[in-house]
Design a protein around this ligand. Structure first.
Ligand SMILES: [Zn+2]
Length: 404
């Protein structure tokens, strides 16, 4: 059946390719055993038993012939599994050497998506390395004084609870957490949660029991982090899921500073911000970033609770609006602000994210229509997130090595 494929190939090389293929097949099948996979491919990169053939063109053809022979054998072995050339679940590589065949099996990265809810404050999204020792735990030959040798600026992260559980379930070698934006350490992530993807390298399995996995993560975190909508997704879904888009909804607790009182009409003044565009110079708390002016709109304001000492709002904003600075004014760097409108210095003493991205169906619908400049801008600075991300810069991460 292969005779049609490479009519220019001399018969002796064709016969040799068939013999090598037959001898290598058991080894190939043995290497595939440990891995769960559906799609697969087989490649023969090295001279592959034809190094003695002087004509390079014949060498190349013979190698292609061997690859096709192996694919034919494997198709027959795995009739239900598709042969896929781009990012197959399992890539088998065969190098024929004088003393036999070297076979490598490389499973491609598996991606598990979901949404997380962070029910407590004081937990970072990803591992937040100590600024003093940059996570090395030691400094000047002794345990780092800043972190007492833990290597952490914040002891715990959502990543700590989620990534190892997922990595364990699919039997992978290492895992990386990719969030769709992030909230500050002191901000809770409530509502439907924030989308994330965990990529796992060298996974033995490619399927998950979503219910059991969610239970394990809840238990590992002592109920402080919950995940939902866990599912395996493709490499092509990664960017879409982890790119922040859509408006954000927050619960904001505002308190006047220095024993001052809020004005009697604070609730009315707060609601005048609907549709107002704020000009926000990069906040002092994230001043390590380039100093620029961001323009973002407050989309809606709902008053949940008001006294002279405390105002609780539900605020919906453009992505990337710095909410804490919308309250404080950041010494004039954000304008207008609630402090400015009230004539009293105020602080955001509690912040919760209630909805982000796809969870707010209405927010998403309106975002599609408005996906002009604001959408572009949101993507451009998606590294620098909705409520300021005063925590560590996201660690540079590989999106997973190409496996084909
Ligand atoms: Zn340290």
């Amino acid at each position: 059946m292969t005779t049609e494929r490479f009519p220019e190939l001399p018969d002796d090389l064709r016969v040799r390719a068939g013999e090598i293929g037959r001898s290598v097949l058991p080894e190939l099948l043995r290497h595939a055993v440990p891995w769960e996979f559906s799609s697969w491919d087989c490649s023969v990169p090295a001279p592959g038993g034809f190094a003695d053939v002087a004509d390079l063109e014949y060498q190349r053809l013979a190698r292609s012939e061997l690859r096709e022979v192996l694919r034919d054998f494997l198709r027959a072995e795995w009739p239900e599994r598709p042969l896929v050339h781009v990012r197959p679940d399992l890539l088998l590589t065969v190098e024929i050497e004088d003393d036999g065949a070297a076979v490598r099996a490389e499973p491609s990265t598996v991606y598990v998506a979901g949404r997380y809810r962070k029910l407590v404050r004081g937990v970072s999204q990803t591992v937040f390395h100590c600024r003093g020792c940059r996570g090395r735990k030691r400094r000047y030959g002794a345990a780092c004084a800043s972190c007492e040798g833990t290597g952490r600026q914040v002891p715990e992260s959502v990543e700590d609870f989620v990534a190892p559980s997922i990595c364990g379930v699919v039997g992978g070698r290492s895992a990386a957490f990719h969030g769709s934006g992030r909230e500050d350490v002191d901000v809770r992530m409530l509502g439907e949660g924030r989308p994330f993807v965990v990529s796992v390298e060298v996974p033995r399995r490619r399927s998950i029991d979503a219910v059991a996995l969610a239970a394990e993560i809840a238990s590992r975190s002592g109920g402080r982090v919950e995940v939902r909508e866990l599912r395996v997704v493709g490499r092509e879904d990664l960017a879409r899921i982890t790119t922040e888009h859509g408006e954000k909804t927050y619960r904001v607790v505002v308190e006047p500073q220095d024993d001052a009182a809020l004005p009697g009409d604070a609730a009315e003044r707060a609601t005048t911000f609907v549709g107002v565009e704020l000009a926000q110079r990069t906040p002092q708390r994230v001043a390590r970033r380039a100093d620029l002016v961001r323009r973002r709109v407050v989309r809606s304001v709902r008053v949940l609770e008001v006294t002279s000492a405390r105002l609780v709002l539900e605020v919906r904003t453009d992505p990337g609006l710095y909410v804490k600075e919308f309250v404080s004014g950041d010494e004039g760097r954000t304008t207008p602000s609630l402090s400015e409108a009230f004539g009293v210095a105020c602080a955001c003493v509690e912040l919760d994210v209630l909805a982000v991205g796809e969870a707010g169906a209405t927010a998403e619908a309106s975002q599609v229509e408005e996906a002009g400049e604001a959408g572009e801008a949101a993507r451009a600075d998606s590294a620098d997130q909705d409520d300021g991300a005063a925590q560590a810069e996201p660690s540079p991460r590989e999106d997973g090595p190409p496996t084909s």
